[in-house]
Write a protein that binds this ligand. Structure first.
Ligand code: AHM
Ligand code: MG
Length: 332
C-alpha cells in the first residue's frame, strides 16, 4: 500500500464514530465527492471550453447566473438525486427547495443545502472559487416528500458540513462534528488524499478580510475595528495584513490555516449582510467552531439562529478566537 489515505477510506473508517451508522451518510458524502470532481474537471478547463461568462438567467436573489454556477448546480443535484440518500436539496441557484420523488429518495434520511459555486465573480478571472455544503437529518416523516421544515433547521443540527476549494490545488475540507480534516485532490489518481488532518485555526492571527470598499456603509463597531487593525502596536502584532479574495471559501481557508478574521457585516445598503445562512454561513460556522474558532453575526452565534427562509442572509464574522473576541467587544 502507498501509505496515502484517501477520502473514501477515511470516511468509511469514521463511519464507526456514529452509533447505529448504516452507511447512508458515507454514501451521501461520496455523492458530493463525485460531483465535486466533475465540477473540478470543468473549472480546470474553463478557459478552453465554452463555459465561461454569464447566462441570461438570474437567480432568486437577482444575481446573474454564470454558466459554471448552473453547471455545478446541475452536477450536485444529479449526484444527490441519483444517490438516493437525500430526500431533497436547497441551493443558492434554485428559488425553492427540490424534493426528490423517487421511492428511494423519499426514504432518504438527509437533506443537503449547498452553494454549488461560491465566489462567482471570480470564475472568469481564474481566481479560487469553491463549493459549500451542509447536511441535516430530515425532520419530516421518512417515505414522504421533503418539506420546507427539513431545511429551516438551526445550524446546530448539522450532521456534516464542508467545502471544496478549487484553488492552486483542489481540496475538500469537512467535518461531521469530530474535528475538521482536509484532503487534497491528487489529479494523477483522481482521489482526494488526507493532507490536513485535524485542522485547527490559530487562536491569534494577523490577517483581516473584509470588503473595505463598503466601510462607508458599515457600523461604527466595524469601522473602529478596521482602524484598530491598522494601528501600529508591536505587542499585538499590529498592523495586521489585509487580504480579501472575494471568494468566501478561499478567504476562509486561508484564515483557517494561517489565522485571521473574515467579516461580511450588515451595511446600510444590505442591513442583513450578503451571505446566506443556510448554505454559506451555517456550514462555515460549523467548520469554524470545530476548528476552534468563533462564528457570529456580531450579536448572535450563527448556528443558534432559527432560519425563517431558505435564502435568508445574515451578517458574518468568523475566525481566530481572539481576533473575533476583539471585534465582538466593540459591539457591546
Ligand atoms: P456568491 O455566492 O454569489 O458568489 O456570493 C458570495 C461571495 C462570497 O464568496 C464573498 O465573500 C462575497 O460574495 C464577496 O462579496 P463582495 O463582492 O460584495 O465583497
Ligand atoms: Mg455563494
Amino acid at each position: 500500500m502507498s501509505g496515502v489515505k484517501t477520502l473514501s477510506e477515511f470516511i468509511i473508517e469514521k463511519q464507526d464514530d456514529f452509533p447505529f451508522a448504516s452507511g447512508e451518510l458515507t454514501r451521501l458524502l461520496n455523492d458530493i465527492v463525485i460531483a465535486s470532481k466533475i465540477v473540478n474537471r470543468e473549472v480546470n478547463k474553463a478557459g478552453l471550453a465554452d463555459i465561461l461568462g454569464a447566462t441570461t438567467q438570474e437567480n432568486i436573489q437577482g444575481e446573474t447566473q454564470q454558466k459554471l454556477d448552473v453547471f455545478a448546480d446541475d452536477q450536485f443535484i444529479a449526484a444527490l438525486k441519483n444517490g438516493g440518500e437525500a430526500c431533497g436539496i436547497a441551493s443558492e441557484e434554485n428559488d425553492d427547495f427540490l424534493a426528490f420523488d423517487s421511492l428511494r429518495s423519499k426514504n432518504g434520511k438527509y437533506i443537503v443545502a449547498f452553494d454549488p459555486l461560491d465566489g462567482s465573480s471570480n470564475i472568469d478571472v481564474n481566481v479560487s472559487i469553491g463549493t459549500i455544503f451542509s447536511i441535516y437529518r430530515r425532520v419530516s416523516e421518512m417515505g414522504t416528500l421533503a418539506t420546507e421544515a427539513d431545511f429551516l433547521q438551526k445550524g446546530e443540527n448539522q450532521v456534516a458540513a464542508g467545502y471544496v476549494i478549487y484553488g492552486s490545488s483542489t481540496m475538500l475540507v469537512y467535518t461531521t462534528g469530530n474535528g475538521v480534516n482536509g484532503f487534497t485532490l491528487d489529479p494523477s489518481i483522481g482521489e482526494y488524499c488526507l493532507s490536513h488532518p485535524n485542522l485547527s485555526i490559530p487562536k491569534n492571527g494577523k490577517i483581516y478580510s473584509i470588503n473595505e470598499g463598503n466601510l462607508a456603509y458599515c457600523s461604527d463597531a466595524i469601522n473602529n475595528y478596521i482602524t484598530y487593525c491598522k494601528e501600529i502596536d508591536k505587542p499585538t502584532n499590529r498592523p495586521y495584513s489585509a487580504r480579501y479574495i472575494g471568494s468566501m471559501v478561499a478567504d476562509f481557508h486561508r484564515n483557517m490555516i494561517k489565522g485571521g478574521i473574515f467579516i461580511y457585516p450588515e451595511t446600510t445598503k444590505a442591513p442583513k449582510g450578503k451571505l446566506r445562512l443556510l448554505y454559506e454561513c451555517n456550514p462555515m460556522a460549523f467548520l469554524m467552531e470545530q476548528a476552534g474558532g468563533i462564528a457570529s453575526t456580531g450579536k448572535h452565534r450563527i448556528m443558534e439562529i432559527e432560519p425563517e427562509e431558505l435564502h435568508q442572509r445574515v451578517p458574518t464574522i468568523m475566525g481566530s478566537k481572539n481576533m473575533v473576541k476583539e471585534l465582538l467587544s466593540l459591539y457591546k
